[in-house]
Each structure stands twice: as C-alpha cells, then as structure tokens.
Design a protein around this ligand. Structure first.
Ligand SMILES: [Zn+2]
Length: 462
C-alpha cells in the first residue's frame, strides 16, 4: 500500500493557498447565460488554463461558437496507468435577486454558518469549488511526487448552466483527444455530511404525447351522450390501465432489461434511513405510490415508471358546458432503468394504445425524446476502488446511489465516447446551488481534495 500521508499532509498545509485560488476563480463572474458576462467566461477559462499549465499540464482554451472549453493533458508516472477524463464546469448561474444575498456573490469569504465553516459565493459549490478539489489534489501529487499516478485529460465546460450547446459538437470533433478509459464527473452531492456518495445509476426517459380523436366535432352531450364515443373516457381508461393493482406497469415487455438491485446494494440503501415518511413528508405525503413492497429509494433509483404528466380534453373553462369533446390528449413519460430499450418501450406503448382505440376513432402519436438509462455495473473495479478510497477519508463508508433523473453529460460520454462516468462530488443538500447565498462547506473543499488524492492512488493500482 502506498503511504499517502505526505500527499495528504501537503493538501492540509496548502489549504490556505488552495482557498485563495478558489477565491480568485469565484471572483470572476462567469455567468454563461448572460451575454454581458462573455468576457468573464473567457477570463475564467484562461485562469484555469494558466493554473493547469503551471501544474505541468498541456492546457489550452478551445474556442466554440459559445463560451470556450478548457482542455488539458498530463501523462501518468507509469506507462500502463489508466487514463481518466475529468469533467467540471466553470460557468455559474445568474445571481438575481441580488437583494436576497447576505454577501456579495462574487466576493467569496469564509463564514461561520450553523457551527460550520462555509465558503460563500456564487459557484463555490456549483461547480468551481468542486472542480478545484481535483486540481488541488493534482497539485499535491506534483509537489510531493513530481508526477501524477493516473494519466489525466481535463475537460472544463463554460455552458453547463445555459444548455451545453457546444458540448456535443465539441465531443464529436475531438473524440480521439478526449476519449479515456473512464470519466470522473465532479458536480454532485454527498449523501449527507458524513457519507460520501457515488452515483452509479441514472434513469433514462421516453416521452410520448397521444391525441385521440372521436367525432368530427364537439357534440352536445344531451343529443349524443350514450351513443357517441367520448375520447376523454377512452383516454383515461387507457391511462388508468397502464398500471395494475400492485403498481406494476402493464405494457407487454416493459420489464425486459430490468434487473433486481443486488441485495447488498439494497441493504446499504435501507441503512440510509430514508423512509417513505421522511421522503414523502417533505412534499406533504406519506404513503408510497407505485410498485408495492419496495423502498422509496428503490422506487426512485432502480425501478422504471410510467407517469401521466398532463391531460387535456373537453370543457375546462369557467362554468359548465355539456359537451362531448372531439379530441382528448395526454403527455406520458417513462423513466427507464437497466437495459430497457427506449425504442421498444415506445413501440410497446403505441401498440397498446392503438389496440384499445375503437374502430371508428383514431389516435396520433407525437414523440418527445428518448434516452436509455445509465447503469454502471455495481461490481465494476473502478467503482469499487473509488468507493473504498472515499470510505477511507470520510467518517462513514461511501454509498453507491442512483439518481431518479438524468445528467446529460453522462449520457453523452457514454454514447459519443463509449466511456462510463463515475459521479463523485462533495456538495451538500443545503449548498443553495442556483439560489441566493450559495456556499460550499470548507470541509467539503478540504476533504474533497484529500478524497481525490486517495481516489487517484486507488485508480492507478490493478
Ligand atoms: Zn453544476
């Protein structure tokens, strides 16, 4: 085992300088969505390039039609070490309403909050503080060993908060340069202050809109009611029958590619103590919906869903109108897990709906996107190494979690560069990212640096 203590000690003693560098970066108001800050985005990119070049990376600002990318490369101490792509973003969200900030969002400071030291300012948590945890870990390696244990390519984006317009074209134009063995993405949160988390499962999505047409015009429900088909009735029955009484989705083939979560992972989720009451209590509910007999974490991280997101049909205005509508429509989305195939799910849904439309009525479908789930194998060596490394640093063992939604960059890395991503971040739920009074715990920054030192060492080993 490598003795990491000189590296960790270096990170500890350099913390004041690391913080000063974070402050410098936070002082640059790199708000990507507002053209007034275009020069500041450029300045933030140049600042990062200078830092990386000073560390011995070959770094450059790379122009795009929007804000520039930062790309940097550094070789590993050993030829056969793995190659990691590290991703973060230097752009930040706008700061309005400014009057709700207790301090200047671009004048970072250390403050005492609820008995903890926090770093205040826009971007301290999302994502400048997070990306610098990695850069500062590299700095400690260079200072102590003169080298890095893993070959590293860095990609910093400047449009993450404004739609990442340039990202896909940039990835495809620079595929060979950016492809690594795996990606490290630092833009997520810990489970809690003591428990680090690695996200290994992100649900995919299929969006469908259906419109059912019955009569060729809206009808008087007294004259036609009882004889003419009512599309609202047809639609709602179809939607209601998407689930059986146990909460399972009834579409043929829907669960193809859905695997049960390994029991040790399920047990670790159970140990997090997230009950239905605590999870749903935050939104005024208490009884889990969906599939019976599964925890709320399993339901939101590891199980697929069918949800009706909207229904339109008939008269919904003021007063009352006795009408049988000509049309009724609904927007329906499916969250996917494991190897579920978005195209197959869409086909199955369309076949199911079509089969239930009366012969004198019709249905039209409109597609609203589709992307598969991302699932890192729970026993992947990279995941296990990072998990153990994090567990060595924090009071509680790292937990491998899922995420109910998707993170586009992870799908792009997978699809365009054929790379799995490891999502490791040190944010806290109360960091107020995107809101006034954003902060990053000093402990997140400090132990985040130490965590990357440990992770890089672990990843370098076979
Ligand atoms: Zn972010």
């Amino acid at each position: 085992m490598t003795d990491l203590s000189p590296l960790l000690a270096k990170a500890d003693e350099s913390l004041p300088q690391s913080l000063e560098r974070l402050f410098e970066l936070v002082r640059i108001p790199s708000i990507s969505t507002d053209p007034a800050f275009k020069a500041d985005c450029q300045r933030a990119a140049e600042w990062l390039v200078k830092e990386l070049n000073d560390l011995g990376f070959t770094a450059s600002v790379r122009d795009t039609p929007g804000h520039p990318m930062v790309v940097a490369h550094h070789a590993a101490a050993s030829e056969d070490a793995p190659h990691a792509l590290f991703y973060g973003h230097y752009d930040v969200q706008p700061v309005d309403p400014l009057n709700l900030w207790e301090d200047d969002p671009f004048a970072p400071a250390i403050k005492e909050k609820d008995g903890r030291k926090v770093i205040t300012g826009r971007g301290t948590s999302d994502d400048k503080g997070q990306l610098l945890t990695f850069v500062e870990a590299c700095r400690a390696y260079k200072a102590v060993n003169g080298s890095l244990p893993v070959r590293i390519t860095v990609l910093f984006e400047g449009e993450e908060e404004s739609g990442s317009t340039s990202l896909k074209p940039f990835l495809s134009a620079n595929e060979a340069e950016l492809k690594a063995d795996f990606a490290l993405v630092c833009d997520t949160s810990m489970w809690d202050r003591e428990t680090p988390a690695i996200a290994a499962a992100l649900r995919g999505l299929v969006g469908e809109e259906i419109t059912i047409t019955a009569a060729d015009r809206d009808l008087h429900s007294g004259l036609f009611g009882g004889a003419a088909a009512n599309p609202v009735h047809i639609l709602t029955r179809i939607l209601a029958d998407l689930h059986d009484e146990t909460g399972k989705v009834t579409l043929p083939g829907f669960y193809e590619g859905v695997e049960e979560t390994p029991s040790n992972i399920k047990a670790s989720w159970d140990s997090l103590g997230r009950t239905a009451e605590s999870f749903l209590g935050e939104v005024g509910l208490s009884i889990p919906s969906g599939e019976k007999g599964r925890s709320v974490l399993e339901l939101t991280w590891a199980r697929p869903t069918a949800e009706v997101n909207g229904i339109i049909g008939g008269y919904t205005g003021e007063g009352f109108k006795t009408v049988i509508a000509a049309k009724a429509s609904a927007k329906v989305s499916f969250r996917l897990v494991g190897d579920q195939d978005p195209a197959k799910i869409r086909d199955s849904f369309r076949a199911y709906v079509t089969s239930r439309i009366p012969a004198d009525c019709s249905v039209e479908f409109h597609e609203h996107g589709g992307s598969p789930a991302i699932q890192l194998s729970y026993d992947s060596p990279v995941l296990t190494k990072a998990k153990n490394a994090l567990s060595d640093e924090w009071p509680k063992a790292a937990v491998v979690i899922g995420m109910g939604g998707s993170i586009p960059i992870v799908g792009d890395f997978q699809k365009m560069l054929g790379m799995d991503s490891l999502l490791v971040g040190f944010g806290q739920v109360d960091d107020r990212i995107h809101s006034p009074n954003e902060k990053y715990d000093l402990n997140s920054f400090h132990k985040g640096i130490r965590s990357w030192i440990r992770i890089l060492d672990a990843l370098a080993k076979n």
